[in-house]
Design a protein around this ligand. Structure first.
Ligand SMILES: Cc1cc2nc3c(=O)[nH]c(=O)nc-3n(C[C@H](O)[C@H](O)[C@H](O)COP(=O)(O)O)c2cc1C
Length: 324
């Protein structure tokens, strides 16, 4: 089993529902992502053989090390799901205790587990039993909502108890679940947890550039960082991170780099997920063009394109700088 690097030189790709599929993970790995997480996979869906689950679990040999993120609120299903994953050869797991989407929270899963810490620990114990000591991480928010004045956010006590149970690492996105993505990530909470936790801590939250990632590593003393929206906008963020860590900065992507990125993404998507490839490209690529001047027209064309030849034309227009 490939070891799991958790250190400042090894940037992670976050679990991203609808985004961190096999083609996107490989694209990020080619650009320096050290560890990638799958999209969240429902434990119940896995146990009952749900329709989408197999697609979410698609992988191949060079997609390693891979962390499979599972969600659920019933310890028995979570344990069974992780056992099934282990039997299939998956070796690293993450439990979603941070997702704030109502559809997930309604079932008591994701960040809703932060409202029921005893249940969260029961789930964790079951997952660790199935995964093995040190093989599961837990992705937390600060808590469900702000605590009463004078009280600490629940994540600190929870992380300590997860460490006692045999967790391998903790990831913290330091916002309350009730905040969704509003406000800013509370970096002081990362620093506080990093200082007290006897486990590696991975930082998530508002890491939009490699500079943000390096700053959090230095200022908060966390073990590693995980890029989410930053990677969605620029999968080259991993190469930028590694370059900065080595003491030099890479230039922002120019037209040629953008065109090459989109071509490569399309190639991987067509090969590995042909059924959804074009639709995904229509969703993913507009994000890559945010930094490009005068790309509004291209973005409009992109989200309507129905043929691969149209995408090729758009890529050529990006590379040449000619109006599309
Ligand atoms: C489109 C999208 C999908 C996400 N899906 C998941 C998920 O499946 N599991 C999870 O734990 N977090 C998920 N997250 C949260 C991210 O992993 C990350 O913690 C969060 O975006 C904060 O990092 P950022 O501010 O650098 O983007 C998702 C975020 C976005 C934007």
């Amino acid at each position: 089993m490939t070891e799991l690097p958790i250190n400042p030189e090894s940037p992670w790709l976050a679990p991203l529902a609808g985004w961190s599929d096999l083609p996107f993970r490989l694209l990020c790995r080619e650009r320096g992502a050290a560890v990638c997480c799958t999209e969240m996979v429902s434990a119940k869906g896995l146990v009952y053989g749900g329709r989408n689950t197999e697609e979410l679990l698609a992988t191949r040999q060079d997609d390693a090390p891979l962390v499979v993120q599972v969600f659920g609120s019933e310890a028995s299903f979570m344990e069974q799901a992780v056992r099934m994953l282990r039997e299939r050869g998956f070796g690293w797991f993450d439990v979603n205790m941070g997702c704030s989407v109502p559809k997930v929270n309604k079932t008591g899963s994701g960040s809703a587990l932060l409202r029921t810490p005893e249940l969260a620990l029961e789930v964790a114990e079951a997952v660790i039993r199935a995964a093995g000591h040190g093989r599961a991480g837990f992705k937390l928010r600060l808590g469900w909502d702000r605590p009463a004045p004078g009280q600490r956010p629940i994540c600190h006590e929870l992380a300590r108890r997860l460490a006692d149970l045999g967790a391998g690492w903790i990831t913290l996105h330091p916002r309350y679940a009730r905040q969704g993505f509003s406000g800013v990530a509370d970096r002081s909470a990362l620093a506080e947890m990093a200082e007290n936790l006897p486990l590696p801590l991975i930082a998530s939250g508002d890491l939009f550039s490699a500079e943000d990632g390096i700053r959090v590593l230095r200022e908060c003393g966390v073990s590693a960082v995980m890029y989410a929206r930053g990677a969605m906008a620029d999968p080259g963020i991993f190469a930028r991170h590694r370059a900065l860590q080595a003491g030099h900065a890479l230039p922002s992507p120019d037209r040629e780099e953008l065109a090459a990125l989109i071509r490569r993404h399309a190639e991987l998507a067509r090969e590995l997920a042909p059924r959804t490839a074009l639709l995904k490209m229509r969703t993913f690529v507009p994000r890559y063009l945010k930094s490009l001047d005068g790309a509004r027209n291209l973005r409009r064309r992109l989200i309507q394109c129905t043929e691969w030849t149209e995408l090729d034309d758009i890529i050529n227009a990006i590379a040449s700088g000619e109006p599309a």
